[in-house]
Design a protein around this ligand. Structure first.
Ligand code: SF4
Length: 612
């Protein structure tokens, strides 16, 4: 762990801080007096003059700095969230200022609009402001567009990350409430994306306000590049994303059937051989965060001194490296096709699943094709990689493939006998189902860079802890639903999945309630009394939810996420070289992004008997 010392004390300044995820919940007040806001901003700028800018700030170090600033000013911790934003602004200001205006995104919140009279409609990019003059959104948009900014009036980190990774902009200047800014921290700032934010003066989502002069001033910053650049994963995210652009994907895969046909045409082709190949490649190119190929590229880069985190060009990835990263995603996509069939899911990436769109047989076959394609992408690079490296890569991929199938198989068999489930059973399934993909992605990256035997065991352990924590978080997220995939909350219950939440409940509840829970699960099991589970069966869902709250499963699962996170971080602490260790910290921060825990509604706290 390294640290920076200045007049205000010693603070950790790298990602090497193994501590539970910090939250600023409860510390998110904006100072009501403008003089206080100005004082905090000035103190944060003074504080940041001495900070090492070679690596992105972590949430922990930002919080430590913000606490020091508040102590110096004698102000309350209530302003911690606001002060953290002022610290990150001071950190990134020069780097945002060096980005040409036309390469910046201005992100405005729609809650700034005049809620009563706004004539603007929403489209796929957010609010389409008509600049009617009734609120400052129009003024901000006009000024930003005059300067050359791309402007988005929307909210949500995923779309921002997508725009950055697609390569259209290099920096973000935004206005948002402290809640939104806190969420953005783990996704955007730790990735090394230059950002400046002006906090809204309230977080009440309607007719909000902001320090207008700050927004105009921040928008206009423009200076030559600073001498010290902060490391960033954006270039590698873009490289992973570029693998799936049609021309590059088809070049790397070199599919034998479609000839020179564009994918869209090949999908409609009367020749079933061409159509089958096109369906597989189209699904490979679809959606997803490309996080697995990113991990492979970033691990490879880290073992070579991380040149791609320092500059946008001057480094290269060979086709052998690209094809291996692509293979990782190919296996992942194959498993999704088969998962969707096993769960009879209706949507994937916002579109119909393959078995719903093309039928069961063709979908199973597409999954099989993708598995074969994944192995072929690597094996055909043996002339470049050498026989030993190729064999090691294929062995790790085969190992990941078989372990994943074991975990999935265990889960499917459990669904036929849901009574016998302990938390240990679930954790075993999670370690098999999720961790091998992380492990294979990391291993392939380091093995492509050279011999990797010394890192194999620690990385396998790291991936296991990360994968298990990720899967538990998924269990919790399932109770919040997911608009993008058109999922409804509690889908795991309807699908009869063995989750950790269920295991906790079965272990904790008294016999009568345990029996009730099993009966509720049995009722919805696809192979039993209800052939197609009804996702609108809100009564049954409410009863399961109530039993889960009675067993306190969400808090228990949350604690376990922290425990596995700490284990992953403890392994990362010992990893050399530094660049690989920092990548592991980054993965922990981004993969294990926590949201709010489900909270009991008045219905959840009613006595159980009243709702049975
Ligand atoms: S300026 Fe734009 S956002 Fe504001 S009220 Fe008019 S149309 Fe709506």
């Amino acid at each position: 762990m390294t640290a920076t010392t200045n007049a205000l004390g010693t603070i950790p300044d790298t990602a090497s801080v193994a501590a539970p995820r910090l939250s600023t919940a409860g510390y998110k007040e904006v100072p009501p007096e403008r003089a206080t806001r100005d004082a905090i901003r000035a103190a944060a700028e003074a504080y940041c003059r001495t900070v090492d800018r070679s690596k992105p700030l972590t949430k922990e170090s930002t919080r430590a700095m913000a606490e020091a600033v508040l102590r110096q000013l004698g102000l309350s911790e209530r302003y911690l969230g606001f002060t953290m934003v002022m610290i990150t602004n001071a950190f990134w200001r020069d780097q945002v200022a060096a980005v040409p205006f036309h390469r910046r995104l201005m992100l405005l919140p729609h809650c700034l609009k005049n809620a009563e009279g706004c004539p603007a409609d929403y489209d796929e990019f957010g609010l389409n402001c008509q600049k009617c003059g009734a609120c400052h959104v129009g003024d901000f948009r006009t000024k930003a567009e005059q300067l050359g900014y791309k402007v988005l009036i929307s909210e949500g980190t995923p779309i921002v990350l997508k725009i950055i990774v697609s390569g259209h902009v290099d920096a973000i200047v935004g206005v948002a409430c402290l809640n939104v800014l806190e969420k953005a921290f783990d996704k955007v700032l730790v990735a090394g994306i230059p950002c400046l934010a002006t906090p809204l003066l309230s977080s009440n989502c309607k007719n909000t306000s902001v320090d207008n002069d700050w927004v105009f001033e921040t928008m206009g910053v423009h200076t030559p590049p600073p001498t010290q650049q902060t490391r960033t994963y954006v270039h590698l995210m873009r490289a992973a994303n570029a693998l799936f652009e049609e021309a590059e994907l088809l070049r790397l895969v070199a599919p034998p059937r479609r000839g020179t046909l564009p994918l869209a045409e090949a999908l409609q082709h009367p020749d079933p051989l061409i159509r089958q190949e096109a369906i597989a490649l189209d699904f490979l190119a679809r959606g997803g965060k490309r996080s697995r190929p990113f991990i492979t590229l970033a691990a490879y880069d880290a073992l070579r001194g991380a040149p791609a985190t320092r500059q946008a060009d001057g480094w290269e990835l060979s086709d052998a490296v690209k094809r291996t990263a692509l293979a990782i995603e190919t296996f992942h996509k194959a498993s999704l096709v088969h998962d969707d069939i096993e769960d009879d899911d209706a949507y994937r990436y916002g579109q119909e699943t393959l078995h719903r769109a093309y039928g069961l047989g063709p979908a199973i076959n597409v999954g099989d094709y993708l598995i074969g394609l994944g192995y072929r992408l690597v094996s055909r690079e043996r002339a470049v990689l050498g026989a030993e490296t190729t064999a090691d890569l294929l062995d790790k991929l085969a190992e990941a493939h078989t372990r994943l199938s074991e975990g999935q198989g265990a889960e499917l068999f459990w669904r036929q006998a849901p009574q016998a489930l302990s938390t240990l059973d679930v954790l075993k399934i999670y370690a098999l189902k999720t961790a091998p993909a992380f492990e294979a992605a990391l291993y392939c990256g380091i093995r492509l860079a050279g011999p990797a035997a010394h890192l194999e065991k620690p990385l396998a352990d790291f991936a296991r802890h990360l994968g298990v924590a990720f899967q538990i978080l998924n269990d919790i997220h399932d109770w919040r639903g997911d608009d993008h995939n058109k999922l409804v909350a509690g889908q795991d219950v309807f699908a009869g999945r063995p989750t950790l939440l269920l295991a906790f409940a079965l272990e904790t509840l008294p016999p009568a309630q345990r029996g009730e829970l099993l009966e509720l699960l049995d009722h919805g099991h696809p192979s039993r009394s209800t052939p197609v589970p009804d996702p609108n069966d809100t009564d049954r869902l409410q009863r399961v939810r109530n039993l889960y709250f009675a067993a306190d499963v969400f808090a228990k699962a949350d604690k376990l996420v922290d425990k596995f996170r700490a284990k992953a971080e403890a392994i990362a602490d010992e990893i050399q070289p530094d660049e690989l260790r920092e990548l592991l910290y980054y993965l922990v921060d981004t993969v294990l992004e926590k949201g709010e825990l489900p909270q009991p509604s008045p219905l959840d706290v009613l006595p159980l008997t009243l709702r049975s």
